[in-house]
Structure formats: structure tokens, C-alpha cells
Design a protein around this ligand. Sequence first.
Ligand code: CA
Length: 234
Amino acid sequence: MAHLLIVEDDELLRDALVAQLAQAGHTVASAANGALAQVQLEATRFDGVILDLGLPVVDGMEVLRWIRRRLLALPVLILTARDGIDDRVQGLNAGADDYLTKPFNMAELEARLQALLRRSRLPAFGGSLALNERGGHRSLRVDPVQPLAWLGDEPLDLTQREWALLALLVANTGQVVSREDVLAAWQAQPGDSGGSGGAAGSNALEVYVHRLRRKLGDSGLNIRNVRGLGYLLE
Ligand code: CA
């Protein structure tokens, strides 16, 4: 369950949102204008924000930009009364994760919110590592979005699953990545039709780790199997 902030100046709607989401098991705080929202966001760590765009004192769009400057990863769902597409596009460009147009259905709001929170809980993905090697330096770079990776200037020939595994390991270097995290990342891949759960998934994971070790070759990187916990990139 999540700690949420509702920012909405319409008192009836605000109270309805607070009641609904509290009933769904969330801890819910609310603010009636943009300035009060900023005060709460500075004082408390939230897991997600539902933000009306048309707000008094400090406008919702301004609050959104302010959030993105400070709290890069905080999931924000915007609400807009105006059904002009401009608002939505502007909101998404300013860093909103999703939007709903008023009037909206409470069940849809909850579903969108759940999806947003689930995505934000996925482990970090991608990044780069500097490698010290005899006779020079190379880097391993893994694209966080597309299935691409490079060792120095050389592109690595990876399958979608090998890339997802490597992206997780690189983003979490020095920490153990659990088998469950890898399986969840695979299931989140477009076109991966599951079949990776349970014992079969664990066996498949061994095979992918083995292949990835081979493809990393003499880079000096090792994927260590930490018994009972998962994998660690060293
Ligand atoms: Ca409003």
C-alpha cells in the first residue's frame, strides 16, 4: 500500500478521492492548492501524487515542473478538467506519468494508479560501468530502454532477455539482484509471453546467466551466483 498525496481544489472531489483511496488501503494526505502541496512534498516522502492541473495559488503545471526538478522518480498522475489535448500533451511533456480527464471513473483511477506504482517499484534498469583493463580502459554501456549494449565500441549481440538481465545487473552493480527481480523484468518485456515463472524460470535463468558470462568474455566482469539470494555483478 502506498503513501499518496492528492492535490485538488474542488473540495467534494478531493474528499471523495481521499475516502476512496483510503478505503483501498492507502495512506492519503491532501492539499487544496499548489503551494500547500509543495509544503507537504518538502516535508514528507510520498510514493505517488494525484495532481489536478487547474489549481489556485500555484498552478498544477508549475507544481509538476517543480516536482520533476526535485523528485525525479516520484510517480505523478495528472487530472485535467479541460478536455483539450494540449493540456495532456503539455502535462506529459512536463513529466507526468499518466493522466485522467474529468469526469473520471474511480475504478479507472485506481487501476491507473496501481499500474503507475507497480512500474515505479521495478528495479532500476541500464547504465554504464568503467572497466580497468590491462593496457587501457573500456566501458560497458547498457541502454536502459532498448535492447542494446556495448563493450567499449563493440556492440554486444544480446537477446532481449540477456539484455534485460544485464541492464538489471549493471544498474544495481555491487548489490545482489534477486531471481524474482529478473523474472519480473522479463515479464515486463514487450513480447515476452511469460512462461518464466516457477522452477522452469529459475532453470532458464541459469542458462541465460551462463550465456551472458560467455558474451562478457575477457571484460573482467563476473556474474557471481550468490546462493539462495540471486546474482551479483563484480
Ligand atoms: Ca481544479
